[in-house]
Design a protein around this ligand. Sequence first.
Ligand SMILES: CC(C)(COP(=O)(O)OP(=O)(O)OC[C@H]1O[C@@H](n2cnc3c(N)ncnc32)[C@H](O)[C@@H]1OP(=O)(O)O)[C@@H](O)C(=O)NCCC(=O)NCCS
Length: 142
Amino acid sequence: MDIRLQFNTESVNWQEAAEVIRLAPLAIREPEQLHRSFANSYVACFAFDSNRLVGMGRAICDGEFHAALYDLVVLPEYQASGIGKAIVEAIHDRLPKSLSTIILYANPGKEPFYEKLGYHRLLTGMIRPGDVKKYREKGHIK
Ligand SMILES: CC(C)(COP(=O)(O)OP(=O)(O)OC[C@H]1O[C@@H](n2cnc3c(N)ncnc32)[C@H](O)[C@@H]1OP(=O)(O)O)[C@@H](O)C(=O)NCCC(=O)NCCS
């Protein structure tokens, strides 16, 4: 498998991107909102198998101290072949070296994946969800 990583939003089909996020599964996203969120991120990464979008991820960042990782997904049939790890490492490489932290909240069960990439479980993490019920149902909060 020859996977190519791309770091700009050119040529990305946002309908296809929304499908990858839905099928992964992670979330249901409107293609236009997805486009804006990736375009407004500090680093956006897309993984292609030939011309097929098979994974993606992004980071927002203040350029100096802090960054946050979001929307990391790989299509189910491409999972467990190193693509998620390659996306995260490529994002790390493109963030400022001066950062003191990169944060994220993991989908329940994905914590060991991130631990392998140097992340630790937060003891004092807090989140203010727009939709408390949804975050409770997904297992992010009690
Ligand atoms: C989480 C996700 C992005 C991982 O991508 P992936 O391409 O399947 O992962 P990789 O093949 O790069 O795995 C890298 C390493 O993490 C391990 N790993 C992956 N998922 C794991 C899990 N759930 N639990 C434990 N280890 C895991 C792999 O075994 C591999 O270990 P190795 O380096 O020792 O061989 C992918 O499973 C996914 O898209 N899941 C659905 C959406 C989702 O939950 N995204 C995360 C949002 S927080």
